[in-house]
Ligand binder design. Structure first.
Ligand SMILES: Nc1nc2c(c(=O)[nH]1)N[C@H]1C(S)=C(S)[C@@H](COP(=O)(O)OP(=O)(O)OC[C@H]3O[C@@H](n4cnc5c(N)ncnc54)[C@H](O)[C@@H]3O)O[C@H]1N2
Ligand code: MOO
Length: 417
């Protein structure tokens, strides 16, 4: 092994991209769906394609406050034409009269443009003298009219199955008159930490003990992923306690998630219990942080075992568990939006594993993207995550990188932000 090789990068580590593919092949999307009212649809995953039953907009309407008229009535040999005011159209109160030659009506933004009129001029380009309205000619026929169906026609698919309903989709659903939607069932994840050194926050630490932070970062990640969670606490290194926790978690949730005890040796009970009660595979991934990862099944639940190191547990959740949960919820996968930025710090990197270093991405005064590494990058240094707004992805066989090099950056998505 060359001197600068990552000491943890044993041969045959699996590239994370290959691991994600293999893990995803082992989980299925839930087929359970439910109807929710629009008020309760935010962040839920649409379980059906939805078409609009109406044209959008549903009628010709004005884009401006002004006057509607027939373009044919304009005397185009002049700059302006004077027309006679015969009525008005307000939003919610259409013009009920009869369109006549050389006439116009007062019209407000969003109000129906009556059949017969075809063009609107904004108020600021007109002069009123009693019922005589002089109109500075607009550039073209149809100016300032939002035509029926110009956004989409009835029958067009508007939202697709697998979409997460955000604020914009809430509005789109309301626009097409839908007040309840079929969504996939919310998933439940039960999680616990393992490790005799772990103490819950609020208790005193004895020598050799640390506070359990992973349960809180995991709780945050699950909440931001819109997953229901059950916190089963810290389970001590006791075979029957671990068995009990696994059985309870699997009976209550779609996924059992643990942190700790997945590197060599430590996971004896987890391994033994899961091979008695279910199945488990220990993965060694070419990713830093997050090399050891466990995956399996217990009863009807999927099991994911995150490494105990706090940054490793967050990174493996983000890179491996989140795509699994997304697939289980029926979310259409989306590739992360990567960008290139200039490195602002000399960066240490051993060839051997893909590294997800934590960075701060910003724009300099010239508008170019720059990224700095957030100090120490140890797998236990959670402040490196909390200071960051992105991952700096350093490829598997990359070595040290000097300031000024261009690197690939993955801005944190909504689950990490
Ligand atoms: N001989 C080897 N040792 C280790 C290897 C290896 O390949 N060979 N891999 C290293 C890597 S990489 C990682 S990552 C860790 C993962 O270890 P475990 O998943 O077995 O985790 P633990 O040993 O239980 O804990 C590691 C570390 O994290 C702290 N920890 C654990 N749980 C929590 C928690 N809930 N909150 C806060 N901190 C936690 C724990 O105290 C340890 O310091 O293994 C390396 N070792
Ligand atoms: O790669 Mo482990 O995940 O050092 O922290």
């Amino acid at each position: 092994m060359p001197n600068n090789q990552d000491p943890c990068a044993q041969p045959k580590l699996m590239h994370p991209d290959q691991a994600i593919e293999q893990l995803l092949a082992q989980v299925d999307a839930t087929q359970d769906t439910e109807l929710v009212t629009l008020n309760n649809a935010i962040d839920r995953v649409l379980a059906e394609d939805l078409a609009s039953s109406i044209d959008l907009p549903p009628f010709d309407n004005s884009a401006m406050d002004g006057f509607a008229f027939r373009y044919v009535d304009l005397d185009l040999s002049q700059d302006k034409t004077t027309l006679t005011l015969i009525g008005s159209s307000f939003a919610g109160h259409p013009f009920k009269g009869k369109v006549q030659p050389n006439s116009c009506i007062r019209i407000m933004t969003g109000a129906p443009v009556p059949a017969g009129y075809d063009t609107v001029q904004m108020q600021e380009e007109t002069q009123a003298d009693g019922d005589s309205i002089t109109i500075v000619h607009p550039k073209k026929l149809g100016a300032n009219v939002r035509g029926r169906g110009e956004e989409l026609l009835a029958g067009t698919k508007v939202l697709h199955r697998g979409v997460t309903i955000r604020a914009a989709e809430m509005g789109v659903l309301a626009t097409i008159g839908i007040n309840q939607v079929r969504v996939t069932r919310k998933l439940k994840v039960a999680f616990f930490s393992t490790g005799d050194e772990l103490r819950p926050v609020g208790s005193e630490l004895s020598p050799g003990q640390i506070y359990d932070s992973n349960r809180y970062s995991i709780q945050g990640l699950l909440s931001k992923s819109h997953i229901e969670w059950i916190d089963l606490g810290v389970i001590t290194d006791d075979k029957e306690a671990i068995r009990g926790a696994f059985k309870e978690a699997a009976s209550k949730a779609d996924m059992v998630l643990t942190s700790g005890g997945v590197s060599v040796g430590d996971a004896d009970y987890t391994k033994q219990i899961l091979s008695e009660e279910g199945q488990i595979t220990f993965w060694k991934l070419a990713i830093k942080p997050g090399k050891p990862f466990a995956f399996g099944k217990i009863d009807n639940a999927i099991f994911c075992g995150l490494p105990g190191n706090p940054v490793s547990s967050m990174v493996t959740f983000y890179k491996l568990v989140l795509p699994i949960l997304n697939k289980m919820q029926g979310i259409t996968p989306k590739a992360p939006l990567l960008c290139q930025a200039t490195l602002q710090t000399d960066t240490r990197k051993h060839p051997g594993r893909v590294e997800y270093q934590r960075g701060i991405l910003s724009r300099n005064a010239s508008g170019e993207l720059e990224v700095s590494i957030t100090g120490g990058q140890g797998s236990g240094m959670l402040t490196s995550m909390s200071l960051a707004n992105c991952f700096v992805i350093l490829e598997q066989f990359q070595g040290d990188l000097a300031k000024g090099n261009t690197v690939t950056v993955e801005p944190f998505n909504s689950v990490l932000c």
